[in-house]
Design a protein around this ligand. Structure first.
Ligand code: V47
Length: 390
């Protein structure tokens, strides 16, 4: 590994700790965020990344499915949610989702990532039927479904405890939970960007309960809006504390705020500098998380590729259909074929490894007969736009 060159001398004691394998504290996190010495911070993030994962970079063959964009929360950060009668509001009938899922299986997907709006009229049963139907039709595919925010909402509408809501979801087929809805835990920030969502404490409690029930999850942080450096560090350390307790988090994904078409559209987009800094600082602070994901949809493939040398060891998957970021002005494609993900990874000097949701390598020669030999090679079929407005 090349030599570490530090321009910002405030980083020296932090570098010493990282090289000695010592845990960083709150003040270290704030210093890292305030320092302009991105190359030194990236070097340290990469050091930790290579110690854990060597040259390997993971990707997966997945498909995102958003059952509905109808949402009662009306978060200022969001461009995806709609009122039931607003133009563009949609809710898929279960059969439409099954059709998309079966297409995903034909394309070699090992994971469905399912998240959606907080719908005022869909009963909890719709989501249980959705999970059961998917498991029945696509038994080999991992269902990573419903954020802590959706679980909190289901528990309210079904009048069940969080524990019973999670147990019902697990029994219906949910295998793990995605990391969304965490945003920034601090109440000052939540009041502005997502005032009707579960609180930060509730998000953490739902994650804790899920982990206790054997459901693993991811975690995210939405940066680049009104949060301070201290609030970011506080968020990361709360995740680290819960991870010490449960070891239930699989991967952490820093998410860059996209302001277009949101109530915060006056805010600037994040810079490449901030995106890479967030990858590296999260790698350094989250010493008990195995995986840091550079989600190419949000970062762009260009920045995600560089992130593979700043602390990230995963570039996410093929995705196929993405609405949350594209409604908020993302200019990335919605689908990147396997070969292109592998090319991006190799060009960054890493070795691409296809993984499943829990980071077990996927051996396509061992998949059941009829499964695609190498995941999807061709682009998605033109979209099916059968929608049901309820
Ligand atoms: O929870 C919403 C964020 C999240 C905007 O777990 C926005 O593997 C930026 O959580 N600008 C959903 N961000 C995405 C997500 C995710 C993505 C990929 C992988 C995984 C995983 C999880 O997107 C939301 C919210 O934090 N979001 N609106 C916006 N305008």
């Amino acid at each position: 590994m090349a030599e570490l060159i530090i321009d910002d001398l405030r980083l020296k004691p932090i570098a010493d700790k990282v090289l000695a394998g010592e845990r960083l504290n709150f003040d270290d996190g704030v210093t890292l965020y305030r320092s302009p010495d991105l190359l030194a911070i990236g070097w340290l993030g990469n050091y930790v990344r290579e110690k854990r994962h060597g040259n390997v970079c993971y990707f997966n063959i997945n498909r995102h499915i958003n059952p509905t964009n109808v949402c009662v929360a009306h978060c200022r950060l969001c461009a995806f949610g709609r009122s039931p009668d607003a133009p563009g509001a949609y809710t898929f009938a279960l059969e439409e989702i099954f059709e998309r899922a079966e297409q995903g299986v034909r394309e070699g997907a090992t994971e469905f990532h399912l998240v959606g709006g907080l719908h005022p009229d869909l009963p909890f049963q719709y989501f249980l039927d959705l999970m059961r139907g998917l498991k029945q039709r696509c038994p080999g595919v991992h269902l990573k479904a419903f954020t802590m925010v959706e679980v909190g909402y289901f528990s309210r509408i079904a009048k069940l405890s969080i524990r019973d809501t999670l147990l019902a979801l697990k029994e219906a087929g949910v295998d793990s939970l995605p990391g969304g809805g965490a945003e920034i835990f601090n109440p000052r920030v939540r009041k502005v960007i997502c005032d009707h969502k579960v609180s930060g404490q509730q998000w953490l409690n739902i994650a804790r309960t899920a982990h206790q029930l054997g459901l693993r999850s991811n975690a995210t942080m939405l940066y680049g809006h009104i949060e301070t450096e201290e609030e970011r560090v506080e968020h990361l350390l709360l995740l680290r504390e819960l991870q010490d307790e449960t070891h239930g988090f699989v991967a952490f994904i820093p998410l860059a705020f996209h302001p277009e078409n949101t109530a915060l559209s006056h805010l600037p987009k994040t810079s490449g500098f901030a995106d890479l800094k967030n990858i590296a600082v999260s790698r350094l602070l989250l010493d008990n998380f195995d995986h840091i994901k550079a989600y190419w949809i949000m970062l762009t493939p260009r920045i995600a590729q560089i992130a593979l040398r700043f602390g990230a060891n995963d570039i996410d998957g093929t995705v196929v259909e993405e609405k949350i970021y594209h409604d908020a002005g993302a200019t990335t494609p919605q689908f990147t074929p396997r070969a292109e993900l592998e090319r991006l990874i190799r060009e960054a000097g890493r070795v691409p490894v296809e993984r499943d949701t829990l980071y077990r390598p996927v051996d396509r020669s061992k998949l059941p007969p009829g499964a695609p030999s190498s995941g999807r090679e061709r682009g998605p079929r033109p979209d099916v736009t059968l929608t049901l407005n309820v």
